[in-house]
Structure formats: structure tokens, C-alpha cells
Design a protein around this ligand. Sequence first.
Ligand code: SF4
Length: 315
Amino acid sequence: MKYKHLFGPILSRRLGLSLGLDLVPYKYCPLNCVYCEVQNTTNLQTTREAFFPVQEILAELDSFLQDRPHLDYITFSGAGEPTLNSSISEIISYIKKHYPEYKLALLTNAVLLNDEEVLAEILPCDVILPSLDAASQEVYEKVNRPQAGLLVSDQIAGLVKLRKRYAGPIWLEVFIVPDITDTPEELKLLRAAIKDIAPDLVQLNSLDRPGAEEWVKAASTQRLKEIKIYMAQELTMPIEIIAKIVAPTEGKAPDEEIVNLISGTLTRRESTAEDLAFMLDIHINEISNILRELNAEGVLLTARKPRGVCYSWKS
Ligand code: SF4
């Protein structure tokens, strides 16, 4: 069966062997983050929709899970924001009922968590990985470029509410954009917000491969370490810098074929991640993950063009 909503399993930095489950079309999101690796948001919205017939998604899950493959997580993620899908509750219930042995993870930008209905729907997940990159409205608008009218204070309030209602682990991701989110003023506000949210873990992240905007650069390891030390002065939960996984592992066998397809394509013509996803009929997130690894290995050339970041293979 060819899958439209499932991708991977991929070896995720944070979740181990993770089967991705994408519930929104490319690219619906309430934010348009400058560092987004799946590029600019085309549909900036907070309105929830079904987007696809639920049966279509459940049939893919049944097909993939029928042989009970080993997975560390089934992860709601994708090229947009999973909680925008108004059927997420039904899908969570289905997996919990029919495949109770699998743990569910949710990657979310946390914008909709201040909505009681959304919050109640995601509570059965086994781990929730929300994001918070800024605590001032000014920096939020600069880095996350939200839909007009969205307030970072509401996002923080939603995260505090999540902590109160959700008994499972919350791993908060903080993406560092050098000189913008790591100024002394912003870090102070961010640290105070994280103290209120009280996640179980804070994960500091930075750019791995070209984001939506060219000017976004990666934070150095040294800078990430300094931020970690600063955060730890006031925060009691563990804080980690997310490490890159570059070595292939057992669960990665199918990726080799995909890598060959990608290298074959990029040797002949330069392409965006979206072009590759379309041409090779592979989910954009899977392509994005492989491009990130290949970029770290130094085998790609990148060029920013009007239609996005274009990749070619170094000869
Ligand atoms: S990084 Fe996540 S939240 Fe930000 S624009 Fe991309 S998909 Fe949306």
C-alpha cells in the first residue's frame, strides 16, 4: 500500500524509531517560523478542519500495523500543525483501542493548547513535545510569524494549562535563533515562562539545514551550552541540547534505497525538498530528515532560489 499519511519509520533524534503520522496537507500551520525546515507556510490558519476522510487515515494505520512492527512511537507530526485536524481525537482513540501496545507522541507548536477542546483531545498521548521559542510578543512575531492576532501570552497560558491537566511527560523544545531569541532580555523572559510551564524536560534546538529564511543561522554548540547553563540557574528540570544522529541504524534499512533515489535525482537536476517528495512520491518529512543527514555529511550543495531552497549533489 502506498501511504499518504504515514512516513518512516524514521530514527528521530528524540523519539527513537518513530512512525510519522501526518494529519494536515502541506502546509497548514498557525505559524510561519523563519527556521521551518519544510519552508514557508502556505495556509496560515487556526481554523480546525477534517482535511481528509478519517477512514483513509485509519486504513493506512491498519495496513502498516497489521504485522505489529517494532516502533518506539507513533508520532503526530508532519509538514504542518497536527492539532489543526479536527479528527485527531477519533484517530487517537482508534489507535489506543486497536493498537494499545504503541506509544503515541505529539509534536505541536502549542498554539491551540489554550483551547479547552483541543487540550482535552490530546490528553491520551503518551508524550507531548510542544514548542516555545520566544516569550515576548516582539520576538514571537519576528521568529514564529504567527497568524495575525495570535498572542504568545496565550500560547504560554495554553502550555501552563497543559501542565495542569496532563499527567504524562512534556518535553518542551526551544529553538534558538542566534541574536534574536538568545538576547539577555528574551532569555530572561523565556526562562520565567518555562518556570511557569514546568515541563519535564527542556530541549534546546538549532538549525540543521536551511530554514524558511536564509538569514537564519545555527547557534554554535558553545552558545547552546551557555544558554543551558543560564537556564539551569533557575530551572530544576533537565535541560538538554538535542544531539544530531548521523549514524545509520538497523531500523534505517529502507532509507538507503531512498538515499540512492535522492542522490540519483540530485545528480541530474537540482530540486527542492517539495520537488523530491513529489517526484519520488515520498513524504516531505521523510525527505526532510534525509536531507538533514546528507547536509550534515557535506554531500549536498544548497542554493536559495525564489521557489525555495534547492539542493544538488556535490560531484
Ligand atoms: S516549524 Fe513547525 S510550527 Fe513552525 S512553521 Fe514549521 S511546521 Fe509550523
